[in-house]
Design a protein around this ligand. Structure first.
Ligand code: AMP
Ligand code: MG
Length: 307
């Protein structure tokens, strides 16, 4: 039930149907899904068994496509011009009405963007004409795959298929560069050497020691303004209620049928929309199995006291 393909057509068809596939890039194989569909992005986390919604890299065809999603400012532009397509990911401010699932950026107001160089990846992106959210195609906590066999060893049964492009030439993850104010900073070393980045920038690159990815920042974007009470079997009369499953249904229900992938797909919008009730918020208990762990992680952050 997980196919191996050497042509892009079946992979493109699966992606456009909302299914997940693995595809080669020059760094490692990616586990790709339609970044504009909440359910597809939620399925990526489910397939990997990730216990948290950390932000995913958006794979796009070229620089101008990347600009539709992120504002690639002066500091990052020289890097995009020099190293795209290639093993470089740029973290840029998310454009306001960018058509991308909030799960892909984990609710952050920045988005990680990459234009891969691998020819099959490029053909696939050109064919589907959608951005692909893609972490490495391995179960959470396992080593990144650099062959289709590695992918199948970890994800058979969890994805529709793998597009086999042979071994990945770089074999390392992409280098990630973000901005700290006006200054480009290295967030993760990878396939593009730091010396080459510094050369393109005309100055040394700062290695970020701060907390761009700290839980505090990750929690900020869609944390509701009102206080949040978790594991509430029912709301009291003052509260707005986020339900899960049949009863009580709630003002907003993450999944009336109790489907955790559907609940994950609806989570970020629910956290934003529940604030419109202008009431304290109560949230139904969510089982800690499957994607429930990541949902509960995010809910705990939303409920945590903030400064
Ligand atoms: P992977 O997809 O497994 O290669 O991991 C993606 C990496 O990109 C992780 O280390 C993320 O923390 C990082 N990343 C993705 N989006 C952002 C973002 N908006 N801000 C900072 N780091 C990001
Ligand atoms: Mg990984």
């Amino acid at each position: 039930m997980t196919d191996r393909w050497t042509k892009i057509a079946p992979a493109a068809e699966a992606l456009l149907a909302g299914d997940l596939i693995a595809f080669p890039t020059e760094t490692v194989y990616g586990l790709g899904g339609d970044a504009t569909r909440d359910e597809s992005v939620a399925s990526i986390f489910a397939a990997k068994g990730r216990p948290k919604f950390n932000p995913l890299i958006l794979h796009v065809t070229d620089h101008s496509e990347a600009e539709r999603f992120g504002d690639i400012s002066a500091g990052l532009r020289s890097l995009a011009e020099r190293f795209w397509p290639g093993p470089l990911t740029l973290v840029a401010p998310l454009r306001e009405r960018a058509k991308v699932s909030p799960l892909a950026s984990a609710g952050l107001d920045t988005i990680a963007l990459r234009v891969p160089a691998d020819s099959l990846a490029r053909e696939l992106l050109a064919e589907v004409k959608i951005p692909l959210a893609a972490p490495s195609a391995n179960p959470s906590g396992k080593v990144s795959p650099t062959t289709a066999d590695h992918v199948l060893a970890g994800l058979t049964g969890k994805i529709a298929g793998v597009l086999d492009g042979g071994p990945c030439p770089v074999g390392l993850e992409s280098t990630i560069v973000g901005m700290d104010g006006e200054t480009p900073v290295l967030l993760r070393p990878g396939g593009v050497a730091v010396e080459d980045l510094a050369d393109a920038l005309g100055r040394p690159l700062i290695t970020h020691k701060g907390a761009i990815n700290a839980p505090g920042q990750l929690s900020s974007h869609y944390a509701p303004d009102a206080p949040v009470r978790l594991n509430a079997d029912a709301p009291d009369e003052t509260e707005a209620y986020i339900g899960f499953g049949a009863s009580p249904s709630g003002d907003i229900n993450l999944s009336p049928t109790g489907d955790l992938i559907e609940a994950a797909a609806n989570l970020f919008a629910a956290l934003r929309d529940i604030d419109h009730f202008n009431k304290p918020i109560a949230v139904a208990p969510i089982p800690e199995t499957g994607l429930g762990a990541a949902i509960n992680d995010r809910l705990r952050r939303a409920a945590a006291p903030r400064s």
